[in-house]
Design a protein around this ligand. Structure first.
Ligand code: 5AD
Ligand code: SF4
Length: 427
């Protein structure tokens, strides 16, 4: 989501005669797009901002702005605490950037952290900052209404709102015409996408079908889904279109119903398992990935074991795994005790990571001997003679170059694997 936001910001500033540069020593302005989801993300941003402070000492016309969730969460405090910062702009105020920058140029500090109920930046054509020109992101909604008890997002990105489907289809079509072959439709909770067209309600599965119909050569992914509204209708639509990728990311967070209830996730272990079974039924070839949080408030050893057993049962192909990090002003910070000792959190996270490494390897080993259609994304980092790309299941494959180039589809037979990568030959 932050990549898309940076691309939107670049577009707004380009319209006002600013130019993007990749060279820091050429820049007069650095905007740091920030995430507040865990405390360590914020600490890294602070270190970065202080580094920019040194550049400011050398070049007095150099300005530093903080945009995104940390700007929204900390507001004026950020200007007070980080004296290097000239500009603080929240996720719904990017259109105000040119005006705020004028204030900064005249020697003042600029700040706008107003949240909006409508802003989707739907009309703005993002300036693409990806490197491969094959895969890209398209934001379809902003904000979140779920208020999971541990999460800052509803506070920093505001209420949920969906983007006009016409602009989504137009942007995606343009990407395809420019040579892109994969888009990921993005939102905090894409399956609650909804758009009223007259009396008709356009839900996420309909939008997905529309995007899939742009061209069969365009792969479409989406993230993130919430287990409470991962419907059979959506799974049926994915099954119908071969270019809708066979990869479902379904964050579980915990395998224990009592922890899920404290997290205010609004589903139980049983409901989640039933949804996994539905995915297996409609999409037997799909990969399934997840997010897991270790050591949430009050988590007992038994509750932790339930997370491990659910992971094993689901046989996840991939997972993002985190230690619980208390975030100010969330329900959990205000009403629940962050009482799992740090060393216990670390140990539990390590157990989760270890289990997932085993599951990831098992999942890849099952692919050896199979042939997959791979979308070529670029040259392998390790070897100039090899390319890398992804299967529909979102697994990275490395294979000899031949005469292929980024953006091509190749049929690749898998010959070997590690827990992170498949290795194969073009057939
Ligand atoms: N602590 C740790 N992980 C968190 N996430 C969200 N909030 C927190 C937090 N306070 C994780 C969840 C979410 C992912 C984007 O980040 O797993 O799905
Ligand atoms: Fe945060 Fe929950 Fe919304 Fe995801 S669904 S952004 S975890 S509040």
């Amino acid at each position: 989501m932050n990549v898309v936001d940076s691309e939107v910001v670049a577009a707004i500033l380009q319209q006002h005669n600013y130019q993007v540069t990749e060279k820091l020593d050429e820049a007069d302005l650095v905007l740091v797009n920030t995430c507040s989801i865990r405390d360590n993300a914020e600490q890294r941003v602070r270190t970065r901002i202080r580094e920019f402070g040194r550049l400011k000492e050398k070049n007095h016309s150099f300005s530093v702005g903080v945009i995104g969730c940390m700007a929204e969460r900390l507001k004026e405090k950020l200007l007070e605490e980080e004296t290097t910062v000239d500009l603080v702009v929240g996720p719904d105020a990017y259109r105000d950037l040119p005006a705020l920058l004028q204030e900064v140029e005249s020697g003042q500090k600029g700040i706008n952290t107003l949240l909006s109920l409508e802003e989707t930046y739907g009309d703005i054509r993002p300036v693409r900052m990806d490197r491969n020109h094959v895969t890209s992101f398209v934001a379809i909604m902003r904000g979140c209404n779920n208020f999971c008890s541990y999460c800052v997002v509803p506070g920093t990105r505001g209420r949920e709102r969906s983007r006009d489907p016409e602009t989504i289809v137009r942007e995606t079509t343009e990407l395809f015409e420019q040579g892109y072959r994969e888009v990921t439709l993005l939102g905090q909770n894409v399956n609650s996408y909804r758009w009223k067209e007259g009396k008709q309600l356009l839900k996420f599965e309909k939008l997905l079908a529309r995007v899939a119909e742009i061209d069969p050569q365009l792969r479409v992914r989406f993230a993130t889904s919430h287990p409470k509204d991962m419907s059979d209708q959506l799974l049926k639509v994915i099954a119908k279109y071969p270019n809708l990728c066979q990869a479902i990311h379904l964050p579980v967070q915990s395998g224990s119903s009592s922890v899920l209830s404290r997290m205010k996730r609004r589903y139980t272990r049983e409901h989640y398992m039933e949804r996994i079974q539905a995915i297996r039924k409609y999409l037997p070839k799909a990969s399934i990935s997840t997010d897991v949080i270790a050591g949430f408030c009050g988590e007992t050893e038994e509750e932790h074991q339930q997370t491990l057993s659910l992971m094993e049962w689901a046989g996840y192909d991939f997972a993002y795994m985190f230690k619980y990090s208390e975030r100010p002003e969330t329900f959990a910070a205000e009403k629940l005790a962050d009482d799992v000792p740090e060393e216990v959190k670390s140990r539990r996270l390590n157990e989760i990571i270890e289990l997932q490494s085993k599951l990831s390897l098992q999942s890849k080993e099952l692919d050896v001997g199979q042939t997959y259609e791979v979308l070529v994304e670029g040259t392998s980092k390790k070897s100039g003679d090899h390319l890398y790309g992804r299967t529909s299941q979102n697994k990275v494959v490395v294979f000899p170059k031949g005469s292929l180039k980024p953006g091509d589809y190749a049929s690749v037979t898998i010959t070997d694997c590690t827990s992170a990568t498949l290795i194969g030959n073009v057939v």
